[in-house]
Design a protein around this ligand. Structure first.
Ligand SMILES: C[S@@+](CC[C@H](N)C(=O)[O-])C[C@H]1O[C@@H](n2cnc3c(N)ncnc32)[C@H](O)[C@@H]1O
Length: 212
C-alpha cells in the first residue's frame, strides 16, 4: 500500500486484533451506533440493495444487512487481517458468493470500483489523514444512501489522539488517529449532492445518514 497511514493500519489492525474482534462480534453482535445504523436500514427494508462497506472491519454491517436482504456486498479494507476475518464470517453465514473483497486504500482503489445503493464508513475517517479525498471519492459511490460514524469534534474526543500516539509507539508504526472537523466533513458530503436524513450521537461518536 502506498500511503504511510495505510501501512500503519496494516500493523495496528492485525490478524490477532481481527480474530479477537470477530470473537466478540460472534458473542455480542453489533453494538452502539453500529447497531443503530443497521436498524435504520433493516427497519425500512433492503430489497436487494447493494452495499459498499469501506473499512468494514470484521464486517458487522455487512453480515447484518446481508442477512436482512441486501444484494451485492463490496468490502474495501486496508487491513488484510480484518478482510480475512470478515470473509470467514461471510462464508460461515453462506453469503460469500454475493460478496467481493478488496484489500487496500479505498482512495487509491476508488476508480476501479462501481457504485452501490448504500455506502457505509463506520469509524474510518478517524484512521485516515486525507479526509477530503476519502469523503469525496466514497460519497460519489452512493446511489441512495451514505452512512457514516465518526468522532464528534469536541475537546474530549481529541484526547483519543493520545491513544493513537501510544499505539504507534507500541507497534513502531506511523499510524495516527485523526479528529476531523464535523462542519468540514458535512460540507464535503453535502457538496457531493447528499442531504442528512437521520442522525444520532453518543458521548464520543456520531452517526449521520445522508440520502440522495
Ligand atoms: C477502527 S476500524 C473500524 C472497523 C469497523 N468499521 C468497525 O466499526 O468495527 C477502521 C477500519 O477502517 C479501515 N480503513 C481505514 N482507512 C481506510 C482506507 N483509506 N481504505 C480502506 N480501509 C481503511 C481499517 O483497515 C479498519 O478496518
Amino acid at each position: 500500500m502506498a500511503s504511510c497511514q495505510c501501512d500503519g493500519i496494516e500493523v495496528i489492525f492485525n490478524e490477532k486484533m481481527a480474530n479477537k474482534e470477530l470473537k466478540t462480534y460472534r458473542k455480542k453482535g453489533p453494538t452502539g451506533l453500529t447497531q443503530a445504523l443497521i436498524s435504520f436500514f433493516t427497519d425500512q427494508g433492503l430489497e436487494g440493495q447493494s452495499l459498499l462497506d469501506i473499512g468494514g472491519g470484521v464486517g458487522a454491517i455487512q453480515h447484518e444487512l446481508a442477512a436482512a436482504g441486501a444484494g451485492q456486498v463490496t468490502n474495501v479494507d486496508g487491513s488484510s487481517g480484518y478482510l480475512a476475518a470478515c470473509r470467514e464470517e461471510a462464508e460461515l453465514r453462506k453469503y460469500a458468493d454475493r460478496a467481493t473483497y478488496h484489500h487496500g486504500d479505498f482512495v487509491e482503489l476508488a476508480d476501479e470500483l462501481g457504485q452501490a445503493d448504500i455506502v457505509t464508513l463506520d469509524k474510518v475517517f478517524c484512521c485516515y489523514d486525507d479526509v477530503d479525498s476519502l469523503v469525496k471519492s466514497s460519497a460519489a459511490k452512493a446511489i441512495r444512501y451514505y452512512a457514516v460514524i465518526y468522532p464528534q469534534d469536541k475537546w474530549w474526543t481529541h484526547t483519543i489522539r493520545i491513544f493513537g500516539y501510544l499505539m504507534s509507539k507500541i507497534y513502531s508504526t506511523t499510524f495516527r488517529v485523526f479528529i476531523h472537523s464535523t462542519d468540514h466533513i458535512d460540507m464535503l458530503i453535502r457538496s457531493s449532492g447528499l442531504k442528512p436524513i437521520h442522525s444520532e450521537k453518543q458521548i464520543f461518536w456520531q452517526m449521520v445518514i445522508y440520502g440522495r
